[in-house]
Design a protein around this ligand. Structure first.
Ligand SMILES: Nc1ncnc2c1ncn2[C@@H]1O[C@H](COP(=O)(O)OP(=O)(O)OP(=O)(O)O)[C@@H](O)[C@H]1O
Ligand SMILES: [Mg+2]
Length: 282
């Protein structure tokens, strides 16, 4: 059994709902995640959201990043300015646009910045020096297969190149919260490995670092996440499915002793099967 403690709350979502054109898309979203502490280790948090298409994952993510003003409820994240002056206690504050790094599902980039310039800009708050930043960027460009396109603009990139640049941009930014909407979709096997390794690195580099991602790949979610939420249409009392979505289930992989394993075990496969069924029923 991996020993760990769950300490201060690092994300709290209260009574969140989003309505578009009079239609409720998501509602009654309530959850909280805590800072996971493992003895002798820096351990961040990796949280995955799964759900069938159109169930509101992207809508929820826009609310988590402050890009969407919810109809009700709020999203609370650590107040980093306060934490930096006193790290013994974590104060929460309501999220505002810009507080949280976001890779949206369209992998939006700065139109007038090349790949290199975008990554350079992403590192503007880094505590490392200019020379070291340059080396870090060059190394990532090489590892992520982007060296050839380093001086190209977004409209000159393939979909996958754009996606990798957008993900790298957020990973190199020194923010502690990163929300990634389908970071793995459409990537080739090598690039999936790059992103997985980058997740590990983020996880091991600051105690509060928290990655939140959505995916349609249940196996990847189970392999990478220490907490998984299923978003879907709940079953109403009359047996029909609601037209809005909410959180149907949470799996705490730490508590199930399935987190941080590296490889998928038979217990992981059982969980994958169960998750599939919850999704099919929603
Ligand atoms: N700006 C908008 N105005 C009106 N309806 C919207 C808007 N954005 C999303 N929706 C609707 O909200 C619902 C949820 O969409 P959302 O993109 O959040 O789903 P998703 O779970 O991310 O789906 P996918 O897995 O396909 O990315 C859909 O029915 C969609 O049509
Ligand atoms: Mg989506």
């Amino acid at each position: 059994m991996s020993t760990y403690e769950s300490k201060d709350v690092i994300l709290r979502v209260e009574n969140l709902s989003v309505i578009y054109d009079g239609k409720t898309i998501i509602k009654d979203i309530n959850f909280e995640e805590k800072d996971t502490r493992r003895g002798g280790k820096v351990q961040g948090q990796t949280i995955a959201f799964l759900g069938r298409s159109g169930r509101g994952k992207s809508t929820l993510f826009r609310s988590l990043t402050g890009l969407e003003t919810p109809a009700t409820g709020k999203v609370l994240i650590p107040d980093i300015a306060k934490y930096n002056t006193d790290s013994s206690v974590i104060h929460l504050k309501e999220v505002h646009e810009g507080d949280v790094g976001f890779v949206d599902q369209k992998y939006t980039l700065f139109r007038h910045k090349t790949v290199y310039q975008s990554l350079h800009f992403a590192m503007r708050h880094a505590k490392t020096g200019a020379k070291e930043n340059k080396d870090i960027i060059e190394r990532h460009l090489k590892d992520w297969g982007l060296t050839k396109v380093r001086d190209q603009y977004p409209n000159e990139l393939s979909g996958g190149q754009r996606q990798r640049t957008a993900i790298l941009e957020q990973l190199l930014n020194s923010g502690i919260f990163i929300v990634l909407d389908e970071p793995f979709s459409g990537l080739d096997v090598g690039n999936i490995l790059n992103v997985k390794e980058a997740f590990q690195l983020v996880n091991n580099s600051h105690e509060l670092n928290t990655l939140i991602f959505s995916t349609h790949d249940i196996e990847l979610a189970v392999e990478l996440a220490d907490s998984i939420y299923i978003v879907g249409h709940p079953k109403l009392e009359n047996g029909e499915l609601a037209t809005y979505a909410t959180l149907l289930k949470q799996y705490d992989l730490k508590g199930l002793d399935l987190a941080w394993k590296g490889d998928l075990t038979p217990e992981h496969l059982t969980l994958i099967k169960e998750i599939k069924q919850v999704m099919l029923d929603s």
